[in-house]
Design a protein around this ligand. Structure first.
Ligand SMILES: C[S@@+](CC[C@H](N)C(=O)[O-])C[C@H]1O[C@@H](n2cnc3c(N)ncnc32)[C@H](O)[C@@H]1O
Length: 370
C-alpha cells in the first residue's frame, strides 16, 4: 500500500509545527522528538520569545479578519504563563484516585451533560488557573494514565460523534492526541490513523502504544501515507473521517526561534489552503454516502478555515453542511466562540481564564451523488 514518494508528492511537503526536513531516527521518547533548542526551552534554560515577524503578520491579518477581538486573543497567545492544559484520562488505564487528585487540585470536568454527544467513557478535566499537570514519560510496556492537551482539541472529536462499530479514519493523526480522544469515546470497527511525515508517524505509533492496550492496539491500522491518496486507495470505505489538517499553528508559530524558517513559512502559507483542500477532497472520496467528516485546524486564518470549507461546498455536489451550533451552546461556560461563523462551523477564541484554542471545526455529510 506504500506509495512511491515521487508519485505521492503532488506539492512540496508542508507540515505543521515541524522542521521542513525532519531527520530519520530511531525510536525516541516524545521529549526527544523536540529539537535540542526546544528541549532547552522546555527545561527552562531559554525563555520563550515572541517572533516579531510572525506577530506583525498576524497583527495585520487578524485585526482585519477578527476586528477588536484580535487584541484580547493576541494577549493570550503571546503570554504563555496564562496558557492552560486539560487532562484527558485514559479509560484503559488510570488509577482510581486520579480523579480525586485532580479535583483536589482545582480541576473539574470540561464537558457538560447537555452536549448532544458525550460518551460517559470520555473524561477530560480542566482547571481555571493556568499551569500544567505533570506529564508522564514514555515507558515501554507501560500504559500512560492521562494525556495533556488543549481542551479545544476534544471539540472536533465530539463533533464527529463516533459510535461503536463505525469505520473511522484519522487522516492527519500525529502526534495522536485526537486519535486517543476518539478511542476514549467509542470502539470503532476499523480504526485507521494516518500520518505522512515519517518522524511524526513514529511519534504517532509511540503515542498509540503508550495509551492503547494490546487487544485494541492490534486492531488499529497506523499508516505513513500522503492523505491526499487515501481517497483513491479506500473509496467509500469509512463512516467517519477526521481531517485535522496541517495548518499555520498560530500558537507555536508565534514562538518560532528561527526567523528564516518563520519567514519561509509565512511566504508558503498560501500553499496550506491548497493542501487542505486536496486532503478534504480525498477524505470525501474515502467516505461512504451518509458518512460524515469533521475538518479542524488550530489557526484563526480565514483562508485555511471557512474559505477552504466554502470552496469544498461550492465544488463538491456530494457534501452538505451539518449544523453544529448545539455544541457551542452546550460548552459556552468553558469556551469562547467567535460569533461571526456559519451554522456548520465553530471557531474557539483563546481568552484569559479560558485560554483554549485557536480551534476551527466544521462538519460535512456525504450524500449520494446525483
Ligand atoms: C494538526 S497536525 C495533526 C494533529 C493530530 N491530529 C493530533 O491531534 O495530535 C497535522 C498533521 O498532518 C500531517 N500532514 C501534513 N501533510 C500531510 C499529508 N499530505 N497527509 C497526511 N498528513 C499530513 C502533519 O505532519 C501533521 O502531523
Amino acid at each position: 500500500m506504500r506509495l512511491p514518494h515521487t508519485a505521492a508528492r503532488l506539492l512540496p511537503p508542508l507540515r505543521e509545527g515541524v522542521a521542513l526536513h525532519p531527520r530519520r531516527g530511531a525510536t525516541r521518547t516524545p521529549e526527544q522528538f523536540l529539537s535540542p533548542k526546544l528541549e532547552n526551552k522546555t527545561k527552562g534554560k531559554l525563555q520563550k520569545q515572541v517572533c516579531q515577524v510572525v506577530l506583525d503578520h498576524f497583527e495585520k491579518q487578524y485585526s482585519a479578519e477578527l476586528g477588536d477581538v484580535w487584541s484580547s486573543v493576541r494577549d493570550v497567545l503571546t503570554y504563555p504563563s496564562c496558557w492552560q492544559h486539560a487532562v484527558l484520562l485514559n479509560k484503559f488505564s488510570h488509577a482510581a484516585d486520579l480523579e480525586d487528585t485532580l479535583c483536589a487540585q482545582g480541576y473539574h470536568p470540561a464537558f457538560s451533560a447537555t452536549l448532544p454527544y458525550l460518551p460517559r467513557s470520555l473524561k477530560c478535566y480542566v482547571s481555571r488557573t493556568p499551569g500544567r499537570f505533570p506529564s508522564q514519560k514514555h515507558q515501554t510496556g507501560r500504559l500512560k494514565e492521562y494525556y495533556l492537551l488543549n481542551a479545544a482539541s476534544v471539540l472536533p472529536v465530539l463533533a464527529l460523534e463516533v459510535k461503536d462499530g463505525e469505520d473511522v479514519l484519522d487522516l492527519c493523526a500525529a502526534p495522536g492526541g485526537k486519535s486517543i480522544v476518539i478511542l476514549q469515546c467509542a470502539s470503532p470497527g476499523q480504526f485507521h490513523c494516518n500520518e505522512y511525515d515519517e518522524l511524526r508517524f513514529r511519534w504517532l505509533r509511540q503515542t498509540m502504544e503508550s495509551f492503547i492496550p494490546h487487544p485494541q492496539f492490534d486492531l488499529i491500522t497506523i499508516s505513513n501515507l500522503d492523505g491526499r491518496q487515501i481517497g483513491e486507495l479506500k473509496p467509500e470505505f469509512f463512516d467517519k473521517i477526521l481531517v485535522d489538517a496541517p495548518c499555520s499553528n498560530d500558537r507555536s508559530w508565534l514562538f518560532s526561534f528561527d526567523i528564516q524558517q518563520a519567514t519561509l513559512r509565512l511566504l508558503r502559507r498560501r500553499e496550506l489552503s491548497v493542501l487542505q483542500f486536496q486532503l478534504l477532497r480525498s477524505a470525501i472520496k474515502a467516505l461512504r454516502p451518509g458518512g460524515s467528516l469533521v475538518y479542524s485546524t488550530c489557526t484563526l486564518s480565514k483562508a485555511e478555515n471557512s474559505d477552504v470549507i466554502n470552496l469544498i461546498l461550492n465544488s463538491c455536489s456530494n457534501v452538505i453542511p451539518v449544523d453544529i451550533r448545539e455544541i457551542a451552546k452546550a460548552v459556552s461556560q468553558e469556551f469562547t466562540f467567535h460569533s461571526d461563523t456559519q451554522q456548520h462551523e465553530l471557531l474557539v477564541l483563546p481568552e484569559k481564564g479560558r485560554a483554549w484554542g485557536p480551534m476551527y471545526v466544521a462538519k460535512l455529510r456525504k450524500i449520494q451523488s446525483t
